[in-house]
Design a protein around this ligand. Structure first.
Ligand code: MG
Length: 259
């Protein structure tokens, strides 16, 4: 099932995609819902970020090859950081390079979307009902500021630096999600969650023991090797099998932020 949030005739709706039509959700995607019988053609809507998280938890250095390419040792525990909810951008929105940075990188990632409130999960606790599904995520990073600052808040917290979408897909196997990133159509990253140092269930339990996870929260599970800069005018596509493609163009400040 692919769940979209979208604008249609000035209304913001959530809907489930069936072929080329979105069937509006009645109820909540985080609880029980049914589908309205009057679908909307997906070509007639503007796709919005699929969820509005209360927080985005990022995981650093969760693929061996990426840790190596940045010259970092492999972590013994997950390295976590936060991106603010104000950083969210949707499919086809512009990612804006701030004047404070001279190097903004793309980081294609698998995003885990939380379904229900969860805290203090134990090692053996199931996470199937905690996870709603998965989405494409671009953990945009001002690499020069990340190197300069002691922590990641500035480098990863600018508005539009958390591109997410186009939808949340349910029913994927968290241990076998394949991800590719394209820069102007050229393949630059390719990975699978089979290669994660810390698995998705492990991360959900781990984070829940630090902070309460709320419905709609996102865990960005880390990026494979192949990160690099994107300049204003470049397009970055994060493609995940079973989800779709998240496409964003990078722009200068003062450029057109939202399509
Ligand atoms: Mg990242």
């Amino acid at each position: 099932m692919k769940i979209y949030r979208f604008r249609y005739r000035r209304r913001v709706l959530t809907g489930v995609l069936k072929e080329e039509f979105l069937f509006p959700v009645v109820g909540s995607i985080f609880g029980d819902f049914s589908l309205a019988s009057s679908p909307v053609p997906i070509g007639d809507v503007r796709v919005l970020p699929p969820v509005l998280p209360t927080k985005i938890v990022g995981i650093g250095r969760n693929y061996r090859e990426h840790a190596r390419e940045l010259g970092n040792p492999l972590p013994e525990e997950p390295l976590i950081f936060l991106k603010p909810p104000t950083a969210v951008a949707g499919h086809l929105d512009a990612v804006v390079q701030p004047p404070a940075s001279r190097r903004v990188d793309y980081e294609g990632e698998v995003g885990v979307v939380i379904r229900r409130r969860a805290r203090q999960l134990g090692d053996g606790d199931p996470v199937d009902d905690v996870i709603l599904g998965y989405t494409c995520f671009n953990d945009v990073t001002a690499r020069d500021l990340q190197a300069k600052d002691v922590q990641f808040t500035r480098a990863k917290g600018f508005d539009t630096f958390a591109a997410v979408g186009p939808c949340v897909a349910t029913g994927l196997d968290p241990a076998a999600i394949r991800l590719k990133t394209f820069l102007n159509g050229k393949l630059v990253q390719s990975g699978t969650t089979a290669d994660l140092i810390f698995s998705i269930p492990f991360l959900v339990r781990y984070v829940s023991r630090i902070m309460t996870l709320n419905p709609g929260d996102i865990i960005a599970t880390g990026t494979p090797a192949g990160v690099g800069p994107a300049a204003p005018g470049d397009r970055v596509d994060v493609q995940i099998e079973g989800i779709g493609v998240l496409s964003n163009t990078f722009s200068r400040p003062g450029g057109k932020e939202f399509a």
